[in-house]
Design a binder for this molecule. Structure first.
Ligand code: NAD
Length: 291
């Protein structure tokens, strides 16, 4: 069993980005600048946004964190987005999801300038992604492709079972892996909460991407010998033995699945850090596009 070490791989990518930024500086070019908008004070969202800002500092990017009160209106958020669109120093920005219930997420995503949409969530960029045209790939699926690439996991001709059909992970992952591309050419089955007899399907999988958000859902009896496992899930599970009162759990029961796996991502330290690294990669791309 080989651990797909997202933490180490993301550090390698960050080192590569640091070199690229230094070279830009040397050449008198613009330093990439990422902005993040956080609405409200959800604990997990605050952690994610802070990690993204910290990662920017680590590679030498400029970063701007805009925190807005949970009571911020849709109009106020739209006006914040308009000013980020217009700000020529900002290469890319993200609006951390989920948003408070009174704000229409689709309306917000649609307002982001597609050229600055480094999360790749704007419908125009989603369309380009689906057509296999150059665009910003959503960071989590992009990170998974990169992890598979760097560990030389074969996807061509393999049966991939994706569990979960969210717009940010499962759905784009299924599209990308089925495309004619490196880390593609797979036969993909996209499963979800209405799927019948999931176990019969996962037992046929060469690669499983678990992105459903139910801790330790995928167990050893649901996978075949030699399977590759990508565990996207991150759920905070109460744990009194931890100082912070919780532990992070994946969607995969690592103890029973890992003995049968040829490759497997840990949680934490698997897909999570790769997501941040690819957001940085997209930001550099946005900056280069504007050169
Ligand atoms: P989501 O929470 O929006 O949706 C869950 C999906 O799982 C739905 O499509 C649903 O149909 C499916 N599902 C639910 N129960 C199921 C069942 N019993 N069998 C099969 N499918 C079922 O999905 P999301 O936003 O992609 O999040 C999934 C998990 O991934 C969460 O734990 C989230 O925190 C995590 N996540 C991690 C990263 C990362 O960077 N590592 C990024 C995004 C999301």
């Amino acid at each position: 069993m080989t651990l797909l070490d997202g933490k180490a791989t993301s550090n390698t990518i960050k080192d590569e980005l640091t070199v690229a930024v230094a070279a830009r500086k040397e050449a008198g070019k613009k330093i990439p600048h990422l902005a993040a908008v956080l609405v409200g004070n959800d604990g997990a969202s605050m952690t994610y946004v802070n990690s993204k800002v910290k990662a920017c500092e680590r590679v030498g990017y400029k970063s701007t964190l805009i925190t807005l009160d949970a009571s911020t209106s849709e109009e106020q958020l739209l006006s914040e987005i308009a000013s980020l669109n217009a700000n020529s120093d900002i290469d890319g920005f993200i609006v951390q999801l989920p948003l408070p219930k009174h704000i229409d997420e689709q309306k917000i995503l649609l307002a982001i300038d597609p050229a600055k949409d480094v999360d790749g969530f704007h419908p125009m960029n989603v369309g380009k992604m689906a057509l296999n045209l150059p665009t910003f790939l959503p960071a989590t699926p992009y990170g998974i492709l990169e992890l598979l690439k760097r560990y030389q996991v074969e996807t061509s001709g393999q049966h991939v079972v994706v569990i979960g059909r969210s717009h940010i992970v499962g759905e784009p992952m299924s599209i990308l892996l089925a495309q004619k591309r490196a880390q593609g050419n797979a036969t993909v089955t996209l499963t979800h909460s209405r799927t019948k007899n999931l176990k019969a399907i996962t037992l046929q999988a060469d690669i499983i991407v678990a992105a459903l958000g139910i801790p330790e859902f995928l167990t050893g009896d649901m996978v075949k010998q030699g399977v590759t496992i990508i565990d996207v899930g991150i759920t905070r599970v109460e744990d009194d033995s931890k100082k912070r009162g919780y532990r992070l759990a994946g969607d995969v029961d690592f103890a029973s699945v890992s003995p049968k796996a040829s490759f497997i991502t840990p949680v934490p330290g698997g897909v999570g850090p790769m997501t941040i690294a690819m957001l940085l990669k997209n930001t550099l791309q946005a900056c280069e596009n504007r050169d």
